[in-house]
Every structure is written in structure tokens, then in C-alpha cells.
Design a protein around this ligand. Structure first.
Ligand code: ARG
Length: 590
């Protein structure tokens, strides 16, 4: 079942072919002038150039071929040779019926489903999430949902950062601060009994406080840094005391991270850590060595990835440090191998800050000659920053980095205030009100982010994001809730849906908008650009809102009422599907 634009495109292309013009020029797009036509084809101009004929003449010949197509109410030529198509009311009605009867609201699936991994969010042990993780989480979650919805087999992986030098830094810092913990670690390391219950005193707040200090000291003090490196190397060979303390770090962090992610409607299928590929590293290094890819470099082992013609010289991949540790790139390379063995993905999307572009370019270039991936299979999908009003990456008023949890709390507070201001949800039970405020907050943050092309930066403006008016998440939720309440009322009054007849301009426009869903999905998918879908969701809301204002529903005569209820049902379903793919859930009422 194809959408109208594609179906008509095929007809126009056939007409182009019939008059001897290149068929691919007969592409059909939505009309620039919805007051005049529904669709248009501009191909006659290009065809005229190719064939050395007059464009209007070509357009006339094409229009003659299209005459008599029952799906078209009018076919006209405008200007130098644009072909304007107006769809017959009956065809629109039938299309609306099909969309309404479809659980996917008119969305197709890809013809060749792939296995896809989305690596996103980028959480780390001991580091609470901050605004820098917001876009990686929101965009990655949406891509995961979109790819899955289009029919691919998709896994979302957090790729938990739990195995690098930071671990050595933290273990050292915690042991320095707590002699009780240090005593247990030393005992276990020495093969003596030690009670790991002592580690339960270590909280995420401790790690959060100690990590920045330790990181700063590691930069300034080489002895301190060397010790941290030694501890890291010892951890990586699973020296039992360090390993036991590290397990505590991992657990406390993951609990808090999962809470934050979940509050944001972000949930991973896999929480594989860097540490999960530890067992692959030694054999991988041996294999890389056997393949002649490793080079000794001042006691370390590296892979050179520079290529002739590179504009900027990429640094080599550091595979084994001079202390013998695996580095960030080592675990990334081993993860590519692990994923190949476990899942054999056609595509891995790394939704990670653009600051890591070089890192990924380096790792990918090492993965190809190693035989772990082929070009085109690994793709780094970066994004712009979320800025403050000063145009620089967003900071708190004190100049610090805003924690994600605090940001979610801030938007919830604002959402509550907005709901009160608008007199919404106030007579509902408190837990339901809270749930609604949570949904409004998430919709505000996510829609504000996803409505921009991911490569574009935007300014954080909670006042605007949470408004129930304008191009915002809360506006979309409010519209969805309006339809839900209308449909509840219709049901209570015993009204049912029926075949769609299109008569009013607002009905036409709504059906044409519903028809455009699949094209929006396909474009968002191909470009890895959820903003295309966000735009569709917004247009659909607007089209519905105009329809609702112009076309009485419950008061209309029975057949008209049934038709309009079908339209409302289809619009709601499509809108909820689109929102869900953006990672946004609408409440039932507010
Ligand atoms: N944890 C990393 C960081 O905070 C991001 C992980 C991104 N994914 C990856 N496969 N390297 O920088």
C-alpha cells in the first residue's frame, strides 16, 4: 500500500516515459501552493532541456496522458510548465480509510531489514550524567525507535564506560580517603580474607566528589598519575581487591544512571560495559600482531591509521599502553569484534559527541584492516551543542555543568507550574498529576531538541520549551489529549466511526498530512534525522487543530460524524506513533 505521492509519482513517471522523456524526471512532490493543488511535478522543465523541446509542450503532452486517471480531480499546467495535480475527494477518502484501518497508520517497512546497533547515551562509572549526555541520549533513543519501527532488528547499547584509567584514579582516591576500604582492598589483593561489606559505605556522591579532584591531580602530579596507571593495569588483570571495589563503583553508578535515563524515557537493551570485552583483548592483540598491524612505539603498541591524502593527520590508535593497559580505543575495537561475533550488525550507529570524531575515525580505520568491519558499517552520528543564551555550551548560573538529573527536575518544576497556569490536570489525583508533569517535562526537553536537525546547535530556553503554545512538545501533548477526550465523549455517546468522505478543505489537508507520514519516516531514517519526523508530528497537530476548529464532529449528521471520527482516530494514532518514535509519551488526559 503506497502513499498518494508515490502512487501519483508512478503515474506521472509512466506518462513521461510514454512521451519519450526520462521517467525519473516525473517526480511528484507536495504542492508549494496548497491553495491551488495537492501535488506538483516540475519535471517538464528538465525534460525540455534534455529533449530540446518547449517545456509547456512537454507538460501538455504529459497532462494528456494523465487525463482520465480517476484519482485526479484536476491536472493543470502553471507557469513555464509546472504540472499541478489535485486529488479526487473519493481517492482521499479511500486513502484515509486505509490509514485508519492500519495499526501503523500508513507507515511502511523497509524491504531489506538489517541488524542495527545504536551505541548511545555514553554513561560512565562514577560520573553522573550531565547536559552533555542529553543529546546523545535523546537522539540515540529516537534513532533506535525509528530504525526498529521501520523493520530493522535493533539493539540499543549504553557502552558503559567502566574500564579505563579513570577507574585506576578512582580506586586510588577512594583508598586514600578511607583507610577501612584500603585495608580490605589490600587484604583481598594479598589473598587474605576481607569483608567487602566495607565497600557499601562508598556512594555515588563520594565518587562524584572524588573523581574531578583525582583527575586534576593526575594531570599535575606524575607520581599520582603513575600509581593510577598501575592500579588500572592491575584492575584489568582482575587483581581481586581492586576488582571487588570496582564492582561496587559499577553497581552504585548504574542504579543512579538507569534512574536518570528512565526518567527521560531512555532505556537500553544492552548495558554492556567496556569491561565486558576484557577477555577478547589479549587474543585480539595477538591477532593484530599476527596481521602485522601493531607497531612498537616507546614501549606502547599502536596501529597507524594515516592515509595518503588526509587533510588532517589522525593520531595512531593506542592499543596497549606502556603500562600494559587497554585504552579507550582498545575496548572500542574489541567491542566491534564482540558485536560482530554476537550480533553481526549491518550497521552500527555511534550517537556520540562530535568531539570524539577523531577517536572514531581512528578506531574504524583500525577495524577495517583487522577484518572486524567493512567501510560503511560503522557510522559516527554527531550533533550540535545545547547552548546557553550566551551562545556557548550550556552552564549553570554558577558556571558549572548541569547534571542531567537536575535538569529533569527543573523541567518537571516548570511543567507543574505551566499546568497550573493553564488550569490543566488540577482536579486529577496527585499521582496522575505527577505523571502528567513528568510527561510534559520530557516532551518539552525532547521535542525542543529533536525539532532541530541534529547537527544544529540550539539554545536552552525552558520557558519556551514548556509552553503549551507554539512548536513545542507540550503543545503536541495537549493536542493529543484533546483528541483522546473527544473520542472518549463520542464513545460514551454511542457514536461509531465510518467511511471517510472528504468535503471541507480542512479535511483534505488533514488526509494529505496523514498521507505524508511514510515519506517523513523514510527521510528521517535515511538521513538519521529525527527532526523530519518531529516536523511531521507538528504539522499533523496543526492540521488536526484546523480540522477540529472548522469541522464540527459530535454535532454533525450521522454519516459525517462517523467520517470525522475516523479521521480523528487516525490522526491520534499517527500522532502517538510519531511521538513515540521521538521518545515522547502522551498522557490520557490533563
Ligand atoms: N563513555 C564515553 C564518554 O563518556 C562515550 C562512549 C561512546 N561510545 C563508544 N563506543 N565509545 O566519552
Amino acid at each position: 500500500m503506497s502513499d498518494l505521492r508515490r502512487a501519483l509519482g508512478e503515474a506521472v513517471q509512466a506518462a513521461f516515459a510514454a512521451i519519450g522523456a526520462p521517467p525519473e524526471l516525473g517526480r511528484v512532490t507536495a504542492s508549494d501552493r496548497p491553495d491551488l493543488a495537492d501535488f506538483q511535478s516540475n519535471g517538464a522543465l528538465a525534460a525540455a532541456k534534455t529533449l530540446g523541446r518547449n517545456p509547456r509542450e512537454i507538460a501538455t503532452a504529459v497532462v494528456e496522458k494523465l487525463a482520465g486517471d480517476p484519482r485526479l480531480a484536476a491536472v493543470e499546467i502553471a507557469g513555464p510548465g509546472f504540472i499541478n495535480l489535485k486529488v479526487a475527494d473519493a481517492t482521499l477518502g479511500a486513502r484515509a480509510d486505509t490509514i485508519a484501518a492500519d495499526a501503523r497508520a500508513g507507515a511502511e517497512t523497509v524491504t531489506e531489514p538489517r541488524r542495527v546497533i545504536v551505541d548511545y547515551g555514553g554513561p560512565n562509572v562514577a560520573k553522573p550524567m550531565h547536559v552533555g549526555h542529553l543529546r546523545a541520549s535523546i537522539i540515540g533513543e529516537s534513532l533506535k525507535r525509528l530504525y526498529r519501527f521501520r523493520g530493522d532488528t535493533v539493539v540499543g547499547d549504553a557502552h558503559f564506560g567502566d574500564w579505563g584509567y579513570q577507574m585506576g584514579l578512582l580506586i586510588g582516591a577512594v583508598m586514600d580517603e578511607s583507610p577501612a576500604v584500603a585495608a580490605v582492598v589490600d587484604a583481598i589483593n594479598a589473598g587474605q580474607p576481607g569483608d567487602v561489606a566495607a565497600f557499601n559505605a562508598v556512594t555515588l556522591a563520594d565518587l562524584d566528589r572524588l573523581y574531578p579532584e583525582a583527575a586534576a591531580r593526575g594531570k599535575a602530579d606524575t607520581d599520582y598519575r603513575d600509581r593510577a596507571r598501575r592500579i588500572t593495569a592491575a584492575l584489568q588483570v582482575k587483581q581481586p581487591g581492586y576488582y571487588a571495589l570496582w564492582e561496587r563503583f559499577r553497581t552504585v553508578t548504574k542504579v543512579a544512571l538507569e534512574r536518570d535515563f528512565h526518567a527521560l524515557g531512555v532505556d537500553f537493551d544492552w548495558w554492556k560495559g567496556e569491561s565486558d570485552v576484557e577477555h577478547l583483548i589479549a587474543p585480539m592483540v595477538a591477532e593484530l600482531d599476527a596481521k602485522g598491524l601493531l607497531v612498537d612505539d616507546q614501549g606502547a603498541r599502536i596501529i597507524r591509521v594515516v592515509r595518503e591524502g588526509d587533510k588532517r593527520e589522525l593520531p595512531p590508535l593506542l592499543v596497549v599502553s606502556s603500562e600494559g593497559s587497554a585504552m579507550y580505543g582498545t575496548t572500542d575495537l574489541a567491542t566491534i569484534l564482540d558485536r560482530k561475533r554476537e550480533f553481526d550488525p549491518h550497521l552500527v550507529i555511534y550517537c556520540v559527541s562530535p568531539r570524539q570524531a577523531h577517536h572514531f575515525a581512528t578506531v574504524y580505520r583500525a577495524a577495517y584492516p583487522a577484518g572486524y568491519a567493512v567501510a560503511g558499517q560503522l557510522e559516527h552520528v554527531g550533533f550540535g551543542t545545547m547552548n546557553g543564551t550566551d551562545g556557548k555550551p550550556f552552564k549553570t548560573r554558577e558556571g558549572g555543568v548541569l547534571k542531567l538529573n537536575d535538569m529533569i527536575e527543573m523541567s518537571r518544576d516548570k511543567a507543574r507550574a505551566r499546568l497550573h497556569e493553564a488550569g490543566l490536570g488540577e482536579d486529577l489525583p496527585a499521582p496522575e498529576f505527577e505523571d502528567i508533569a513528568g510527561k510534559v517535562a520530557v516532551a518539552a526537553l525532547k521535542f525542543a531538541d529533536l525539532q532541530n536537525f541534529r547537527g544544529t546547535s540550539y539554545v536552552f530556553d525552558l520557558d519556551r520549551f514548556t509552553s503549551f503554545e507554539g512548536k513545542t512538545g507540550p503543545y503536541l501533548l495537549y493536542q493529543a489529549v484533546r483528541v483522546k477526550s473527544l473520542l472518549r465523549r463520542a464513545e460514551a455517546e454511542g457514536h461509531t466511526t465510518g467511511p471517510v468522505t472528504v468535503a471541507e478543505p480542512a479535511e483534505r489537508d488533514l488526509v494529505l498530512t496523514l498521507d505524508a507520514f511514510d515519506a517523513a519516516l523514510a527521510e528521517a531514517y535515511d538521513k538519521k534525522a529525527p527532526n523530519v519526523l518531529a516536523e511531521h508530528a507538528y504539522r499533523l497537530s496543526q492540521a488536526f487543530s484546523k480540522f477540529y476548529a472548522a469541522c464540527p464532529i459530535l454535532q454533525a449528521a450521522p454519516a459525517v460524524r462517523a467520517s470525522r471520527l475516523t479521521l480523528a482516530t487516525a490522526a491520534l494514532r499517527q500522532s502517538e506513533l510519531a511521538l513515540d518514535l521521538l521518545g515522547i509519551a502522551a498522557p490520557d488526559r490533563m
